[in-house]
Design a protein around this ligand. Sequence first.
Ligand code: FES
Ligand SMILES: [Fe+2]
Length: 418
Amino acid sequence: MNEQLFKLSPSNVTVEAGLSTGPVSVESYISPEHYAREKEQVFRRAWLLLGREEEIPNAGDFVTRDIDVCDANVLITRSKGGHVRAFHNVCSHRGSHVVLKPSGNAGKFVCPYHNWTYKNDGSLVGVPDESSFFNFDKKNCGLTPIAAEVWEGWVFINLSPEPQVSLREFLGPLADLMAGIPYPAAGHPIVIQADIDANWKAICDAFIETYHIPVLHAETIGTTYASPENPFAHMLDARMLGAHRLISTYGNANYAAKPSNKVERLGQDTHSTASVTSCSNDPALVSFLEHPAVNPTKSTSWAQDVYHVFPHVHIDVGPGGFWTHNFWPTSHKTTRYEARFYVPPAATVAERFRQELFISRVVEVALEDLANVARTQKGMQSRAKGFMYLQENEVAIRHLHSTLDKWVKASTVREALA
Ligand code: FES
Ligand SMILES: [Fe+2]
């Protein structure tokens, strides 16, 4: 039996992390007032992870993103010099969005309202009928810049006019642990989006605890993440990392698809790891899997790790590479959920088959989770229960609430991070 299974004895990580063991209020899932505080105190002050820089590899590449929780639409560009820059996608003339496409490549951006034209570096270079304006100086009318930084290929922005701490300080111990991970296939995401009737934390919670897996996912991944020797899917490891957190989950090394699951067995026949959480045999995986932050206990019974980058992104790593879950709040009870699976383009029919199998399996599991969180949100909104009870394997949820509480109350970001 694997000794590491029992690393998380009851009240071990929770107590060692200095967290309370009492019930946790559900108010932050249902209160419009709390959501208003999260908008101002968390999302407008934290560094927000947007995606991988490999998604805009060339000079002139751009993406636009709606960030409802900050009432912002953001334009991210790659400059001629290779730098990643971010701007409010808002015209200096009368406030129209300038770029309407979600992504592309352009040297100049032309506003669709009256044709004001901006260069990729944000400067205003064209104003039709310019002489009819009054005391007008184009130099002062560029796009409004947003603080943007790239760390280990991850693109972050900060919507404060002046970020209170550097990205490195914000990431803290998470950056120490994850530095140097060689992410495979980082430029090739398969994206799945859905608008969910649930608070962003309700969805986030569902993807960072394994207690529910043998129950809610009994028909799909229940026997992958649990086994007779670990019936409640206890985790291998959990670490609280400043504002962020990690869980490393158990995987049943003896898992095998039932003989009746002929399609799944065919997919596994073409794959060395036989895990439903992976679909790639990319050679780059060798150094990826050796990194200390990937399967941090180096267990032979490992399914995947979840790194929760506060406030709204999970970076998941597994035997076949990495993927992200993004929980973008759109109101106190709705969320734009986006999953991005980074897999290399299939080189053979067998690889393509395995990827399709993987995606259909992942979507099946995600639908089980997403339907459930919508029900959970309704249950919380009924106010029948004011609190929830969290056990040791739900420690990451408790830590998120503790972190969120600090951020909502703290007058400075440094105080929230202390
Ligand atoms: S609002 Fe953009 S050109 Fe008028
Ligand atoms: Fe789940």
